[in-house]
Design a protein around this ligand. Structure first.
Ligand SMILES: C[S@@+](CC[C@H](N)C(=O)[O-])C[C@H]1O[C@@H](n2cnc3c(N)ncnc32)[C@H](O)[C@@H]1O
Length: 397
């Protein structure tokens, strides 16, 4: 429920979430999972994209209520989405909690959750279901024990077969229940889509350093792109950033260049339907005139998973200077850098720390001209981005 001030609750560092029970059957409540550090941005997309009420924001999660329609499946900045079926309290670290959990799950409206998700996509009851459990903090029981004890109850209540994903080598199930325990509470949800939302159907070719699609989508939201503008990724790899930028805003012109021909071929395969131009070029000597690109987005080759080659080898400041040369006046560049490589420049407007593949990194927004606010504040998600960052944006680790 919204707080008395109409603000979502910050649920971080052990703080408890505001009650958000399923007592109002007409208003479904969802649990979205996100990359650490992007919870606030995902909340902005949810709030303005779905006209939703954001109820609570916590560690890698956003709880919100919204209409049950297919727009929830189009959210681009989240990793996964569950219909929240209910919460079970007094789940502590003791093993007795396993029995309490099973008893609590039995009382939840499991059949109603299945029926609701069934309105958005087909549910093949005969294929059975899986349970994925997780918890924060130390417990005297294992994740697999949570899955087995709740799976047995869900099977009894729904009449569907439980498949233990630890022992059952079958492919993923279409029905996936999620149990997440933190503090003294378990949240029980049902995955809304067939697969986690971060898995994109377009990704046919991957390569080391290929960007996590929700992060690419988030960077596009921060780029200030607008219909008809040129968006350039000068080290595009497999094309994720530009494909996601087009997903956010189909009417943009996208140009991707990379020094590596094989990666450009992979980008063309992934972005086959996305009408991008893919050009072989060295980021140290880009074949574009000054001010050519209205926005630049890039996941630079800092050397963690992909080494810089060509003119920028050992000279990343040359890469950044060249990206800024081709950026149009008034435009922004959104660069993903590892935390140790945080850019220090009077052109940096904003640094957003995120946790990616077990490491802290930074999304940094640079401006072609100093003294201007980030261009994204003037775009579709601008008011929500500004509001959610002010309320919930992370301070650097
Ligand atoms: C971290 S990867 C980018 C991944 C990309 N965002 C994706 O999702 O696949 C960095 C890219 O920089 C490219 N690269 C390295 N040196 C380069 C240079 N001098 N000019 C252009 N691209 C370069 C690599 O080939 C690699 O594709």
């Amino acid at each position: 429920m919204p707080s008395p001030q109409g603000q979502p609750e910050r649920a971080r560092g052990g703080a408890r979430h505001r009650r958000a029970t399923s007592s109002t059957p007409q208003t479904p409540i969802f649990l979205a999972r996100s990359v650490r550090g992007l919870e606030w941005l995902a909340a902005a997309e949810i709030k303005s994209g779905l006209n939703a009420s954001v109820l609570a924001i916590g560690h890698r999660e956003i709880i919100f209520s919204a209409a049950l329609d297919s727009r929830v499946l189009a959210l681009g900045s989240i990793d996964d989405l569950f219909l929240l079926c209910g919460r079970i309290e007094e789940i502590d670290r003791g093993r007795i909690s396993l029995a309490k959990l099973a008893a609590g799950v039995r009382k939840l409206p499991l059949a109603r959750a299945l029926a609701r998700v069934g309105r958005l996509r087909p549910i093949h009851r005969s294929s059975g279901f899986e349970v994925i459990a997780s918890f924060l903090g130390r417990r005297n029981y294992k994740r697999t024990e949570i899955e087995v004890c709740t799976g047995a109850v869900i099977s009894e209540v729904t009449g569907m077969a439980f498949h233990d994903h630890e022992t059952d080598a079958a492919p993923e199930r279409d029905v996936s229940w999620r149990i997440h325990i933190r503090d003294g509470e378990a949240m029980v949800g049902l995955r809304v889509a067939l697969r986690p939302l971060h898995r994109r159907a377009y990704r046919m070719s991957s390569a080391p350093g290929a960007l996590h699609p929700p992060v690419a989508y988030a960077m596009s939201m921060l780029s200030g792109a607008y219909p008809g503008c040129n968006v350039l990724d000068p080290c595009c790899g497999t094309g994720t950033l530009l494909i996601e930028a087009r997903r956010l805003m189909p009417d943009i012109i996208t140009i991707g260049s990379d020094i590596d021909r094989d990666r450009l071929l992979a980008a063309a395969r992934n972005g086959g339907g996305a009408r991008c131009q893919w050009i072989q070029a060295d980021l140290g000597r880009l074949p574009y005139r000054n001010g050519f690109a209205d926005c630049v987005v890039a996941n630079l080759p800092w050397g963690r998973s992909v080494a810089a080659k060509g003119a920028i080898k050992g000279n990343m400041s040359m890469a950044v200077a060249e990206a800024m040369r081709v950026l149009a006046p008034g435009g922004n560049a959104v660069l993903l850098t590892s935390l140790g490589e945080k850019l220090v420049s009077d052109r940096v407007l904003w640094s957003i720390p995120i946790r990616l593949a077990g490491h802290w990194a930074n999304i940094q927004i640079l401006s072609a001209e100093s003294g201007k606010p980030p261009a994204c504040f003037q775009r579709r998600y601008g008011p929500s981005l500004r509001h959610m960052w002010t309320q919930f944006g992370a301070s650097p680790p």
